[in-house]
Design a protein around this ligand. Structure first.
Ligand code: ITT
Length: 182
């Protein structure tokens, strides 16, 4: 079976491919721009995106909307994570966190899956900390400044190790449970 991953981000595709390998599901990177509505709700972004993609006649796909929510910044960048990454980047986030003691943060990943005409929407979370400095060269986005346990950052881990504990890995595990019920 083949599932399209509709994203502009090849890093997400690599993580999905690893996560679905054991089920024998092949991922196809599919680039189709869709509107990411501005709302404080990741699930709403995903559901509206799925409506738009289906209206364009595309089926059997995954979309993923993810945000990094930093406790001491009252959840920023959250739903603005893509914009913050493009503008201030990891350097800017570290600057905002300069001297801040509470480093707690969490990634939230919402996956929308359209399969055989059915829609499943699941969420996975991963708590961790914003590191004092950027470390590691693997992964993408905020990976160099996020550590799930205060030791290694996601950018210092292999895709397999990141998937084992990450927001996306957790969301995929929920998705696989749901897929077993349909
Ligand atoms: P698409 O919307 O096209 O899928 P995107 O990379 O913009 O690609 P998101 O809106 O979901 O995806 O991501 C918001 C930001 O968070 C963006 O800058 C990503 O690089 C970053 N991000 C998403 N997942 C991440 C992860 O697992 N680790 C680190 N950063 C991540």
């Amino acid at each position: 079976m083949k599932l399209k991953v509709i994203t502009s981000n090849p890093g997400k595709v690599a993580e999905y491919q690893k996560a679905f390998d054991e089920l024998g599901i092949e991922m196809e990177h599919y680039r189709l721009p869709y509107d990411e509505v501005q709302t404080s709700d990741l699930e709403e972004v995903v559901n509206k995106g799925m409506d738009e993609i289906i209206a364009k006649g595309v089926r059997d796909f995954i979309v993923d909307d993810t945000g990094l929510f930093i406790d001491s910044l009252k959840g920023f960048p959250g739903v603005w994570s893509a914009y913050a990454q493009k503008t201030i980047g990891n350097k800017g986030i570290l600057k905002l966190m300069d001297g801040v003691e509470d480093r707690g943060a969490e990634f939230r990943c919402c996956i929308g899956c359209d399969l055989d005409g059915k829609r499943l929407v699941v969420v996975g979370v991963c708590r961790g900390v914003i590191t004092e400095e950027a470390k590691g060269t693997d992964g993408f986005g905020y990976d160099p400044i996020f550590s799930p346990d205060g030791k290694l950052t996601f950018a210092e881990m292999s895709v397999e190790d990141k998937n084992r504990i990450s927001h996306r890995g957790n969301a995929v595990r929920h998705l696989i449970e749901e897929l077993k019920t349909i």
